[in-house]
Design a protein around this ligand. Structure first.
Ligand SMILES: C[S@@+](CC[C@H](N)C(=O)[O-])C[C@H]1O[C@@H](n2cnc3c(N)ncnc32)[C@H](O)[C@@H]1O
Length: 330
């Protein structure tokens, strides 16, 4: 993912109330998962950055054992694993939290390589199968053109890889995914067409989803023409964020049900981008995954059912970290 912030910008983003509110919600989910994730299986794999803020919170809550000197106790099967593609951040992190297992690599490399037998076992196999996987990206959703499949959302493809890894025997469940991306539509207009088509299909599939996306219909879909636009990037920042929230919620539930998971969008949030605040507009989701025999048979009703309430826990988090309605403006 692109969009690496400067050290100062990263520190400011780290401290802002909206992000802290999101971290509090992550920790609520981790409180649920810590007792059900057996010892010997990784509880949490995260892109925690050089400061390791979310890992520190996990330690504070007692979910990771630490020694007297504050270092994470070294065990054969680590409870928490960090992935960091920036070598400087990876070095900072190793010093900041001694004993933390840090894989200095991109998470894409780890997720994409998991089906290749040449890849080493161990830590690299645990990341895609962590009970809680935190893909806390600071860049945009990414897309690429695939010769056979046409336009593919690379970010959703990573989610598919993680969902396949959890489904490999022995089944690793339940599991949760936290996903965060920048909430701006900085992409070619062909991507807008792909997103508009996906949302139209989702709205036709589920009356509940259609109801939750009335404002998106009003602000984007009704006026959007594949060849004439207007491009999503020219619309209000909050419209872009809402569209991204709805698109990703739909696509994650879709890829999950195709593999055999019944996924639930427990929370979806957008925050940042308010005028005069200098904060980046962001979108974030928290999903739960449970194995489902119905879903495995390709039963379309699983997707229909999960879509009904996909956006019922969607909200805007204001600059003070207070939760507001999904349709409210920043
Ligand atoms: C948003 S920051 C992490 C913030 C942290 N989770 C927190 O709560 O404060 C994202 C970190 O992940 C790293 N990163 C971004 N994309 C990555 C990728 N594709 N693979 C591995 N690391 C990545 C960045 O270098 C950055 O240090």
């Amino acid at each position: 993912m692109s969009g690496q912030p400067s050290a100062v910008a990263a520190a400011m983003a780290d401290a802002r109330p909206a992000k802290q509110a999101i971290r509090d919600e992550w920790m609520e989910v981790l409180d649920e998962y810590a007792p059900v994730a057996p010892q010997g299986e990784t509880l949490y794999a995260t892109l925690c950055g050089g400061a390791g803020t979310d890992v520190r919170l996990l330690i504070e809550r007692g979910h990771v054992a630490v020694e007297e000197n504050g270092a994470i106790a070294v065990t054969k099967f680590p409870r928490v694993i960090a992935v960091e593609k920036d070598p400087i951040e990876a070095g900072l992190l190793k010093n900041a939290i001694p004993g933390l297992q840090v894989i200095a690599s991109s998470v894409e490399d780890i997720l994409i390589a998991q089906n290749e037998i040449r890849y080493p076992v161990g830590l690299h196999l645990e990341v895609p199968r962590a009970h809680v996987l935190n893909l806390d990206f600071n860049g945009n959703l990414e897309f690429r053109v695939d010769k056979g499949k046409g336009l593919v959302c690379t970010t959703i493809d990573l989610v598919r890889k993680a969902a396949m890894a959890h489904a490999a025997p022995p089944l690793r469940q339940p599991w949760a995914l936290f996903l965060t991306v920048r909430g701006t539509a900085d992409w070619p207009e062909s991507v807008d067409g792909h997103i508009a088509s996906a949302l139209r299909v989702a709205r036709q599939t589920s009356p509940g989803f259609a109801q939750s996306t009335l404002q998106i219909e009003d602000e984007f879909l009704s006026g959007f023409d594949e060849s004439l636009g207007p491009p999503l990037s020219s619309l209000a920042a909050t419209t872009q964020q809402r569209v991204i929230i709805a698109y990703v919620a739909y696509r994650v539930l879709q890829v999950a049900s195709a593999i055999g998971w019944r996924a639930t969008c427990k929370r979806a949030r957008f925050y940042g981008g308010e005028s005069g605040q200098g904060t980046a507009p962001m979108c974030t989701w928290m999903f739960d995954f449970h194995w489902s025999n119905d879903a495995h048979s390709g039963n379309p009703s699983v997707l229909e059912t999960t879509l009904e309430t996909a956006l019922s826990a969607a909200a805007y988090v204001d600059a003070n970290g207070v939760l507001r309605g999904f349709d409210e403006s920043a």
